[in-house]
Ligand binder design. Structure first.
Ligand code: NAD
Length: 271
């Protein structure tokens, strides 16, 4: 028996990386899953790989209509909705303020915030009527950049800090009926891509040479977590049985960035 037997979830950006791992894991735990994914090709792969366990909507999290459509289609197909996972995101590829061309900042900000922040807000609103019926929950994918500097540039870091605020505010507003939490992963080798506004839309994190070795080197647990290893906190937070009293929290799943320390990345030398 899985932890989410009979549950229904929606994962945005479920066609790649962490989102795709979440689709797979939630199905393994006994759930059926709706997906809102921008890439039609990745949507097709999901249909091929997961058949009648998924309902895939090709669309964009930055629009109200597509968020409303994935909720409507998922609830119509599977009869309910228990968990909405606002996961789709894009990255600023570490462009620091001095590197940002002044005339591109406004468009870059609007593009990134539209996906990373507005997308989550619209999705939460679209899912709300179904979540009120099921007394379900919302989970936001945040990032180490929701807590610490240097994991992205200022636009990405601000967007992920904004999501921490959204978790707290929505958890406050939607209690006692709907729980709202977040998961903050560290570096994951995925297709996480950039912005049309800065010409980085075709770049992906997994094109960075020796990405995993770099993550191992900066992480106290000396590991490069995989997307599959990052799914556990979502399963826990989605589970009514195991997380009934948990709302307004973010689980950091990043190999220990919060305890990196000043002198050494970790205390391993002393062990
Ligand atoms: N990769 C990392 O190192 C890392 C670390 C911390 C947090 N995150 C977060 O994890 C989440 C998932 O990213 P990932 O690393 O799996 O990247 P990914 O690019 O592999 O997957 C994201 C998916 O979202 C889709 N998507 C992007 N914009 C969309 C839109 N407007 N509408 C619908 N779908 C859209 C993409 O097509 C893609 O399939 C993001 O919120 C990201 O910020 C990633």
């Amino acid at each position: 028996m899985g932890w989410l037997e009979g549950n229904v979830a929606i994962v945005t950006g479920g066609g790649s990386g962490l989102g795709r791992a979440l689709v797979e894991r939630f199905i393994k735990e006994g759930a059926r899953v709706g997906v809102l994914e921008r890439s039609a090709e990745r949507g097709e792969e999901l249909r091929r790989d997961f058949g009648d366990q998924v309902e895939v909507v090709t669309g964009d999290v930055t629009t109200w209509e597509d968020n409303a459509r994935v909720v409507e289609r998922t609830a119509a197909r599977f009869g309910r909705l228990d968990t909405f996972i606002a996961n789709a995101g894009i990255f600023d590829f570490f462009q620091a303020l001095p590197q940002l061309e002044p005339e591109k900042i406004s468009a870059a900000f609007d593009e990134l915030f539209a996906v990373n922040v507005k997308g989550g807000l619209l999705g939460a609103r679209a899912a709300l009527p179904e979540l009120l019926k099921s007394q379900g929950s919302i989970i936001f994918t945040i990032s180490n950049s929701g807590f610490y500097a240097g994991g992205g540039g200022p636009i990405y870091t601000a967007s992920k800090h904004a999501l921490v605020g959204l978790v707290k505010q929505l958890a406050h507003e939607l209690a006692p009926k709907v729980r709202v939490n977040g998961v903050a992963p560290g570096g994951l080798r995925t297709n996480l891509s950039g912005l049309a506004a800065t010409g980085t839309a075709q770049q992906a994190l997994n094109q960075i040479d020796e990405f995993d070795q770099m993550i191992v080197g900066i992480t106290p647990l000396r590991m490069a977590p995989t997307t599959a290893q990052t799914c556990g906190p979502y399963v826990l937070l989605a589970s009514r049985e195991n997380a009934a009293p948990i709302t307004g929290v973010v689980i950091n799943s990043d190999g220990g960035f919060g305890v990196r320390g000043i002198m050494n990345v970790c205390g391993g030398e002393n062990l």
